[in-house]
Design a binder for this molecule. Sequence first.
Ligand SMILES: Cc1cc2nc3c(=O)[nH]c(=O)nc-3n(C[C@H](O)[C@H](O)[C@H](O)COP(=O)(O)O)c2cc1C
Length: 241
Amino acid sequence: MAKQTWKPGNMLYPVPAVMVSCQRKGEKPNIITVAWAGTVCTSPAMVSISVRPERYSYDIIKESGEFVINLTTKELTYATDYCGVRSGRDVDKYKEMGLTPLESKVVKAPGIAESPVNIECRVTEVKELGSHHMFIAEVVSVTVDDKYMNENGRFELNKAGLVSYSHGEYFEQGKKIGKFGYSVKKEGTKNTTNKNKNINKPEEKNNDLKNNKLRRSDIKTGKTKNSNVKIKNKRSKTTKK
Ligand SMILES: Cc1cc2nc3c(=O)[nH]c(=O)nc-3n(C[C@H](O)[C@H](O)[C@H](O)COP(=O)(O)O)c2cc1C
């Protein structure tokens, strides 16, 4: 298999592209699109967003110590992109994109009513990493859209058409291909269906490699250790870059 080694850079994809809303007292609320966002702790629930100090939103978040993470959907993708290429210094992004400020439960900054999940955050730490400063924050309240609650009271977030960002492009969430822990679930138990139990399971023929019955050199020569069985040698067909 031919591989290339690149200089260090950001290649952790896909990631969520979220709309972070913030507001300075007495001023209009603003939205900044953030892809460098993540969950950093379960209990207490904590998240991080990394923002360049030159962004209009940076000082607002730093001074107010608050922000709201709004998850984005297919319908919000255009606005997500817009909020990531226009500055609140020049435009009112809520107005321009026809978005509705949603009163927050705990923080002063509003969320975005059109988003299925609004995560209210209070900054606990700012880490000056380099190009970006990371705001580490505690989640102080979460608001979800009733529209995605099913009859059993379960929140069906994955029906909201969430959007991710990968290598410069936006993607709508795709087909479900598994469930947490499905790789170790016993057949016939709850949550295991015949349909998904083998998804991405290494094929039987690769088990010889796993069990060390074959060596890498065997693959190169196209022969197995103990038999004359030919192994398909993909590498010989590829030109090394
Ligand atoms: C998909 C996408 C992801 C982005 N991620 C970040 C990010 O993680 N951190 C950041 O500082 N800027 C990020 N930006 C750029 C800001 O959103 C952009 O500079 C925005 O105009 C800043 O708005 P403001 O000046 O109103 O704060 C991203 C832009 C896009 C389109």
